[in-house]
Ligand binder design. Structure first.
Ligand code: HEC
Ligand code: HEC
Length: 341
């Protein structure tokens, strides 16, 4: 009995302090607070001032199946929090009526730093981004006018829109898009072990450190720290000929054929399957690709002309390092979860 009495207050304190870290008391305290070692965000909050009620509205929309034509698909079904807001179940995304898309759903965190969206960079502003999945026939297959209509008819949403934007209960496309952007801007991943090491709050194991050193030599010119992408479009040698022309679909330049946006590697342990078409399911397969599977083509990145030879122990070290990029606080962040109401 005595023992329990000793342990109990300790357990309560640990519980409270873990809540605090993960789930700080107020939105203002949590806020959008980039780490000092992050670059300036690409997103400008000027026209969309951070606000708790807009964030709450954006979160409700993100988790709502009402945004799809038959009310069966929400943003969160392809962008799942337990997988870094990516999709892990299938290589290609699955939308309304089980229709299969052409690409793998990317994880959507650190969007505030991303200059161009989609694997081919076809969309250049987060505030128009949601129009694409809502209206895509193999994703949510809905029209914006219908979504606005459905929202306007809902008492809950009329209240949420009024709370967020004041004035009337009028639902508009612009308000909806700004609210979704508010929510997405708040999905920030900066609490991985890698981050803690950078902030001198943790140290790498020897294997992780060896993996990090290899990563800096062999991978970081494209997967650049601290976001683990330089947001450029490159061909990393997956194919000799291209079913999906990638960046060239946007620029119409043959020199861009087979190039895709360099994806972030934060949370990569959880965002399988990998590559724009989700062809690889394990990090081992990815490393085998770089070390012995690179295909020659006219647009292959010069850095990969001879592949990246790796021994099996180097592969283990690299994977140990890549796992330090998993951000458990993001995955369990209560602010970002589906509201229970
Ligand atoms: C049916 C699955 C599906 C649904 C539903 C879906 N998405 Fe996506 N999302 C994708 C796929 C696939 C891509 C990549 C498309 C491409 O590159 O062509 C993507 C890309 C994105 C991106 C760009 C990420 C990047 O790295 O470039 C954002 C942001 C995004 N989606 C937000 C949303 C929002 C907001 C919603 C709800 C309105 C939504 N998505 C609904 C599958 C989905
Ligand atoms: C020349 C630039 C370049 C170099 C060097 C490079 N990558 Fe990549 N990487 C890319 C591009 C581009 C993609 C996306 C290709 C696609 O999907 O078509 C990618 C995709 C990946 C993915 C899949 C991520 C996802 O979410 O789908 C992983 C994992 C990865 N690279 C790891 C590495 C590692 C580890 C190294 C070093 C051994 C490395 N890369 C070196 C450009 C590069």
């Amino acid at each position: 009995m005595k023992k329990v009495l000793y342990i109990l207050p300790f357990a309560v304190i640990t519980f409270l302090s873990s809540c605090k870290k993960n789930n700080v008391e107020s939105y203002e305290e949590w806020g959008f607070k980039p780490q000092s070692y992050f670059p300036d965000p690409a997103y400008n909050f000027e026209g969309n001032k951070q606000d708790y009620n807009s964030f709450v509205l954006g979160r409700a929309l993100f988790y709502d199946k009402l945004l799809s034509s038959d009310n069966t698909v929400s943003c969160s079904m392809c962008h799942e929090q337990p997988h870094g807001f990516g999709s892990h179940s299938t290589s290609l995304s699955v939308g309304v009526g089980g229709l299969i898309g052409t690409r793998n759903s990317p994880p959507i965190f650190n969007m505030a730093w991303m200059p161009d969206f989609m694997w081919d960079g076809g969309i250049n502003h987060i505030e128009v981004m949601p129009i694409a999945p809502i209206t895509n026939p193999v994703e949510m297959n809905e029209t914006i006018a219908n979504v606005i209509n459905k929202l306007q008819q809902s008492e809950r949403y009329r209240k949420l829109f009024k709370l967020a934007y004041g004035g009337s209960e009028q639902v508009t496309e612009q308000k909806m898009l700004k609210a979704l952007a508010q929510f997405m801007m708040m999905i920030v991943s900066d609490q991985s072990k890698y981050d803690k090491v950078r902030r001198n709050e943790a140290t790498f194991t020897q294997t992780e450190q060896q993996g990090y050193d290899l990563f800096v030599q062999k991978c970081s010119q494209c997967h650049t720290e601290p976001l683990f992408t330089d947001y450029s479009f490159r061909n990393n040698g997956l194919d000799a000929t291209f079913d999906d022309l990638g960046r060239a679909l946007i620029t119409q330049q043959t020199s861009d054929e087979g190039k895709f946006k360099v994806p972030t590697l934060r949370n990569v342990e959880l965002t399988y399957p990998y590559m724009h078409d989700g062809r690889f399911f394990t990090l081992n397969q990815v490393l085998d690709h770089y070390s012995s599977g690179v295909q020659q083509s006219a647009t292959l990145d010069p850095a990969l002309q001879t592949g990246i030879p790796l021994t099996s122990s180097e592969k283990l070290q690299l994977i140990a390092f890549l796992k330090t990029l998993t951000d458990y606080e993001l995955l369990n962040n209560k602010w970002l979860m589906e509201p229970q109401d």
